[in-house]
Design a protein around this ligand. Structure first.
Ligand code: PLP
Length: 356
């Protein structure tokens, strides 16, 4: 029987501490009583205003959506848009900052839909130099790559546990820096008394857990999130991240052995969460699947028919799941899987030998 009892103050505090640890921050992130996209929309609503010029980097569909939400609030939105098989370069970002003189920059750290990861540490080094307010959608990054909120100076970071952390999807979090709070408070247009309000979610400063626990937080989701974050702490966040990196490397080795090509143009932008495979224009019929086969899934939206996703995240960031995916790819392309399985296995064995 699940524990439906109201959250205790201890559980509520534990959840915040686990989230702070996860984001490497001294701040207590706010709990979003819903899936991560609500936190992302709330950030957009909170920083949007006429007179704000915001540089929005678009490397996938979530970036497009974020730009629309900024524009809805009257923001002067300027964008760098890549083809979705590439991510942004630091030089492009630097040039756009010089040109548009924005007050803030928003981007998606890792794109589950395109399998690309942006050069986050470098982008944030740049934004620190220019003293910009920064927004990172790190839903697909958290647990698969580092997200160092304080060290990197991220002012708003949205995360969810349902990707790399194998957690629930009905609750999520937004980390907000002191500067981020000040930015929201200074924006008369930032929602208040609204489901989109971050300001409403701010914990009391002196005794953060003294107030009433918000009634809108699902107790089951909150407990599931605590459990997922505790498991990640037990394994160790660096080990969770390494497991995703290995899964990515093994899948890439396997797909190349099958003569397939990654969708992402540059190796340095391969996401540790999801690997995407280009469906060739000629002879790619076998890869044009309509439904997922295990963790091998068709492309989403406009990318359907152009790429396949290998969702090697959470509990599927494992040798078994990766080998199953390589087998599926071999079947879809009418090939004998042996060489590709062996290529993937080498990656895991290399790691085990390194670990000795
Ligand atoms: C999955 C994902 C989201 C949305 O998360 P939900 O919890 O499904 O709302 C947002 N941004 C990125 C980059 C994602 O990969």
């Amino acid at each position: 029987m699940p524990n439906y009892k109201p959250l205790t103050t201890e559980e509520y505090e534990t959840l915040h501490i686990l989230l702070s640890n996860l984001l490497s921050t001294k701040q207590f992130p706010v709990i979003i009583p819903s899936e991560a996209i609500l936190g992302i929309e709330a950030i957009a609503a909170g920083i949007a205003a006429p007179g704000h010029t915001i540089l929005n980097i678009v490397t996938g569909p979530y970036g497009t959506l974020f730009g629309k939400w900024l524009a809805r609030g009257g923001t002067e939105v300027v964008e760098i848009q890549t083809s979705f098989d590439d991510v942004v370069t630091v030089d492009e970002v630097a040039a756009a900052i010089e040109k548009y003189k924005p007050c803030a920059l928003s981007f998606v750290q890792a794109e589950a839909v395109t399998g690309g990861s942006n050069p986050t540490a470098e982008i944030l080094k740049l934004t620190r130099q220019y003293n910009l307010i920064t927004v990172s959608d790190s839903v697909s990054a958290i647990g698969a790559e580092p997200v160092l909120m304080d060290e990197w100076g991220i002012d708003f970071v949205a995360i969810g546990a349902q990707k790399a952390l194998a957690g629930p999807n009905g609750i999520s979090a937004v980390g907000i820096s002191e500067r981020g709070w000040a930015f929201l408070e200074a924006n008369p247009q930032a929602p208040r008394n609204s489901i989109l309000s971050l300001l409403d979610l701010k914990l009391p400063e002196h005794d953060p857990f003294s107030g009433r626990i918000p009634a809108n937080i699902s107790v089951l989701e909150a407990r599931a999130l605590i459990a997922a974050l505790k498991l990640a702490e037990e394994e160790g966040l660096p080990a969770v991240i390494q497991r995703h990196r290995l899964a990515s490397s093994a899948v890439v080795a396997g797909l190349k052995a099958l003569g397939l090509e990654p969708w992402q143009q540059k190796e340095r932008s391969y996401s540790p969460l999801v690997t995407t495979i280009r469906i060739p224009k000629a002879g790619g019929d076998g890869l044009s699947i309509k439904r997922p086969v295990g963790i091998v899934a068709p492309g989403d939206g406009e990318l359907n028919g152009k790429l396949l996703r290998i969702n090697h995240f959470g509990s599927n960031a494992s040798q078994d799941s990766v080998e199953q995916a390589i087998l599926t790819l071999a079947e879809l392309t009418d090939q004998v899987p042996g060489g590709a399985i062996a290529a993937g296995r080498l990656v895991w064995e290399g790691e085990r030998n390194d670990g000795k």
